[in-house]
Design a protein around this ligand. Sequence first.
Ligand SMILES: C[S@@+](CC[C@H](N)C(=O)[O-])C[C@H]1O[C@@H](n2cnc3c(N)ncnc32)[C@H](O)[C@@H]1O
Length: 222
Amino acid sequence: MRFGAEVEVAVTADRAAALALADELAPDVREALAALLAEVPYATYASLVPRPHPTAVAALAVRPSRAANLARLARTPRTAPVVVLDQPRNLGNAGAVIRLAAGFGATGVVTTGTLDPWHPTVVRGGAGLHFATAVERLSVGELPAGPVFALDPEGEDIRALELPDDALLAFGSERSGLSSELRARADHLVALPMRPQVSSYNLATSVAMTLYHWSTTGGAPA
Ligand SMILES: C[S@@+](CC[C@H](N)C(=O)[O-])C[C@H]1O[C@@H](n2cnc3c(N)ncnc32)[C@H](O)[C@@H]1O
């Protein structure tokens, strides 16, 4: 709700507890939540969700349309990078990356390949932050314009580079790294500092380091 999600329905089995939680953690959306939130019996709540949550709150928000996401990704001048996950496999990594992108104010997170970045497990891993950044699945050919900085241990040391705000920061899959299609679209190969005995970092950790580097060389979260 804080990032403009269109929440159509919100229910809870304990309205007082949910509003107390909002008072504590999200006072800025408390009023809007109070206007929406309906109390229902616990059994009704539990029948609506695949896995009950200790807060006993369930809500239904409208997923932004592909057209709206494409417009956000294509808008120029771009003031913060787009993160591209090239054929990721792990839903937890994708969720963690969306949370990172939201935190750093990235323009969006694009995935290529078969993983659905709006899969319920990814949405849960993203802690509700899918509404704070544009999240879309595209082919490499559909990527928005901008210089592609592809992260690869064989690349140029990131510490020698400044990452521009309009960059596409691309990361390879957990199993096989960057695809040949993405490599062909890359303008720069960039490496994170790592001892030679270590083969690679975790995908989400690599995104964290790269966005942090971007934030220290110009761009920064608002
Ligand atoms: C788990 S790694 C992929 C490892 C894979 N076995 C491979 O052959 O590349 C996932 C992605 O994180 C990024 N990454 C991991 N360690 C990196 C490093 N030291 N420098 C640059 N990128 C790195 C790359 O984009 C990589 O494709």
